[in-house]
Design a protein around this ligand. Structure first.
Ligand code: NAD
Length: 255
């Protein structure tokens, strides 16, 4: 029997690298899925690939309260409730020194990466309470525990995700709702291609962020998805309020 048999999971950012890997793994483990993203073409293709009898999708902006309420309600309508929420959608924002960042870019990153996670937490917890509990996994980053130059809105947002997780864990404990973060280092996804190009424009075919990782490579989305599976399933029944690194050793040593 799969580790998520009988469970219903919402995955935001499901059309992206990490979200898609999580959707595939969770489907293999028996979950029924609501996939959420802005990219309808990718959502539709993934839903078809995973099987429409156990997978649905919603095109929604996680920063918009009505749209968040909408996809959570649609999940309960279609599958009878919500047991798991991967609050994973996120953007990296502009790469620039603080003096060159704009208020508009700062607000956009915070709206998606912080308000989006907070709205997910706010509206999914009452649904999980009806089921007697649940598990919420938020995607923070190594950028949630340390800084690099040029990414101040993103760094601030991923630190804030840890604060939201801890708040959710404290309030969720009495409801049997567990809340944790996964904190990846650079993972081989479209996001990291964009970041490498912005941070290291002269890189050519090199991968400086991989070289700066003690394991000397990018992580794979599937390696993050496996940690998400652990935290979503009953295997992690005593884990809440935790920051879980999946970072090839980045947080252990040199910056
Ligand atoms: P990605 O760019 O492949 O995927 C992100 C997805 O989020 C995209 O499909 C995008 O359409 C979606 N999205 C963006 N804004 C949205 C919005 N307002 N509403 C709904 N969906 C929206 O990147 P990824 O690596 O899969 O990123 C997933 C998460 O992992 C993000 O929160 C990111 O910050 C985090 N993360 C990524 C890395 C990495 O190296 N790739 C490292 C650490 C943390």
């Amino acid at each position: 029997m799969g580790k998520l048999e009988g469970k219903v999971a919402i995955i935001t950012g499901a059309a992206g690298g990490i979200g898609t890997a999580a959707a595939k793994l969770f489907a293999t483990e028996g979950a029924r899925l609501m996939l959420v993203d802005l990219d309808e073409a990718k959502l539709e293709a993934l839903t078809r690939a995973l099987g429409e009898e156990r997978t649905a999708y919603a095109v929604a902006d996680v920063a918009d309260a009505d749209q968040v309420k909408g996809f959570i309600a649609a999940t309960s309508e279609r599958f009878g409730g919500v047991d798991i929420a991967l609050l994973n959608a996120g953007i990296e924002g502009k790469v620039a020194r603080i003096k060159d960042q704009t208020e508009a870019d700062f607000d956009r990153v915070i709206a998606i990466n912080v308000r989006g996670v907070w709205l997910g937490l706010k509206y999914v917890m009452p649904e999980m309470k009806k089921r007697g509990g649940g598990s919420i996994v938020m995607t923070s980053s190594t950028a949630g525990i340390r800084a690099v130059p040029g990414l101040s809105p993103y760094i601030a947002s991923k630190h804030a995700v840890i604060g939201l997780m801890r708040s959710g864990a404290m309030e969720g404990a009495a409801l049997n709702i567990r809340v944790n973060t996964v904190n990846p280092s650079p993972i081989e996804t479209p996001m990291i291609e964009r970041l490498e190009d912005a941070v290291n424009p002269q890189r050519g075919n090199t991968k400086p962020m991989a070289d700066n990782t003690p394991l000397r490579r990018y992580g794979q989305p599937e390696e993050v998805a496996r940690l998400m599976l652990f935290l979503s399933s009953d295997d992690s029944s005593f884990c809440t309020g935790g920051v879980y690194m999946v970072d090839g050793g980045v947080s252990a040593g040199r910056n």
